[in-house]
Design a protein around this ligand. Structure first.
Ligand code: RIB
Ligand code: CA
Length: 316
């Protein structure tokens, strides 16, 4: 069987338990040529998410350039989520100290460098506020054509999770999201519509715990920690928000997707940060996003467990 060509990607996120799991399965899959990791301020401050990114990369053996991203949203006031991810942004099991330092250049310049140097178009996997990607498009418009697409976790076509209308990643930096959604770069949107169905349940945590590798031992504890918050809200499992943005690239057959023209609300007292789909094409614009609407949960969980299991095979 011919080996599938690896997808050149930049992993941009705000680890964050679910960002960390997304990066862990991305690296395990063998489907990506991970060119760089860049950090966003969101779940925690840029200092904390960058430290977390270096620790996650060290844990999983992902030795690629890591660069610190924009320290705050483009316009709106900074906001973090310690209630969900803890004061460190990645509370729970102790992690190894970073085996290497972040690059001396910022995220935008690292993104621009790897995109410029890549022979193929690059996919940006965005699992936090979209500040870095928006800043890249502003600072380097000539690179827009070199971006294959942005596979992002963010938004929700029907509801939010941080306000009734807005999902956290979009709400933290709605102007950044607006810039990206209006840029013309193809978008694969994993919003709450699908991520809240992509539940990994305690029985799945146990399957991962039983794998007995150093990585699986951390991952099941990340899941347990993430579930602890969501269980109080009535969830039957840990919603795998960010892993959806990766799994949809690896196994698109597990998902149901629809193309819509999606607008980002940047004003308003009640709906700032909303992702508003033109359900019936009334605005006359071509769709700007492929929106993921549903997932085969059992298959998703099986694939995630299997991907984590690969670390046992390589002694990690
Ligand atoms: O709303 C969920 C998103 O916000 C996820 O990316 C999570 O990591 C947080 O950043
Ligand atoms: Ca995230």
């Amino acid at each position: 069987m011919t080996e599938q060509k690896r997808i050149p990607v930049i992993l941009d996120g705000d680890p964050g338990h679910d960002d960390a799991i997304a990066w862990t399965i991305a690296h395990a899959s063998g489907r990506f040529d991970i060119l760089a990791v860049t950090t966003a301020a969101g779940n925690q401050t840029i200092e904390k998410t960058t430290y977390n990114a270096l620790r996650v990369c060290t844990l999983i053996g992902l030795n690629v350039p890591v660069a610190r991203g924009c320290p705050r949203p483009l316009l709106t006031e900074p906001m973090n989520a310690p209630s969900v991810h803890g004061e460190s942004g990645l509370d729970g099991p102790p992690l190894p100290e970073p085996a290497f330092e972040a690059e001396p250049i910022g995220a935008v310049e690292l993104m621009a460098r790897v995109i410029r140097e890549s022979g193929d178009k690059v996919t940006i996997v965005s699992t936090g506020p979209m500040t870095n990607t928006a800043a890249l498009l502003i600072a380097h418009p000539e690179l827009k054509e070199r971006i294959e697409r942005v596979s992002m976790m963010g938004g929700g076509l029907l509801y939010g999770n941080w306000t009734p209308a807005a999902e956290f990643n979009i709400l933290v930096d709605p102007e950044a999201a607006k810039i990206v959604f209006e840029s013309g770069v193809p978008i694969l949107m994993a919003g709450l519509d699908v991520t809240e169905k992509a539940l990994v349940k305690p029985a799945d945590f146990e399957r991962i715990r039983e794998q007995g590798s150093a990585v699986s031992d951390i991952v099941w504890q990340w899941l347990e920690f993430f579930y602890r918050f969501h269980r109080t809200l009535g969830y039957e499992g840990a919603p795998m928000h960010d892993p959806c943005a990766v799994m949809a690239l690896i196994h698109p057959e597990l998902f149901t997707m629809r193309d819509y023209y999606v607008q980002i609300e940047t004003l308003g007292d009640y709906c700032k940060g909303a992702t508003v789909p033109d359900w019936h094409g009334t605005l006359g614009h071509a769709p700007n996003a492929t929106c993921i609407m549903d997932v085969d949960r059992d298959a998703f969980a099986d694939r995630l467990v299997e991907l984590i299991g690969r670390y046992k095979e390589v002694g990690r």
